[in-house]
Design a protein around this ligand. Structure first.
Ligand code: ZN
Length: 108
């Protein structure tokens, strides 16, 4: 179990780092290579949107990592937050911060 906590903390640090980098960087990349062809602002807007989507995704994952750490503390780690069934070893192996079973994760 200590291994899992260590993996989760590592992932959390990685996510914090990625989000920190995104928040710092103004959207001045992209304007150099694409600026003129697509039309003023278009490529930058698209860039910005995809960055926002990635950022949202990172935030969702971070929330899961935090929740998984709480579940380790409560002793409910490995069970689904919605239905309470076991999440499954294969899934936890691939996604140690999974807090929902495959079915509930698909419905979220
Ligand atoms: Zn479930």
């Amino acid at each position: 179990m200590d291994d899992i906590a260590a993996r989760l903390r590592e992932k959390k640090a990685e996510l914090d780092d990625q989000m920190g980098q995104m928040e710092q960087r103004p959207s001045d990349q992209g304007s150099i290579s694409f600026g003129k062809r697509v039309g003023e602002g278009t490529s930058m807007a698209v860039d910005r949107l995809s960055q926002v989507a990635v950022h949202d995704q990172l935030q969702v994952t971070l929330a899961d990592v935090n929740r998984a750490l709480e579940k380790l503390d409560d002793g409910t780690y490995g069970t689904c937050d919605v239905c309470g069934k076991p999440i499954g070893e294969g899934r936890l192996e691939a996604l140690p911060w999974a807090v929902l079973c495959v079915d509930d994760a698909a419905r979220r």
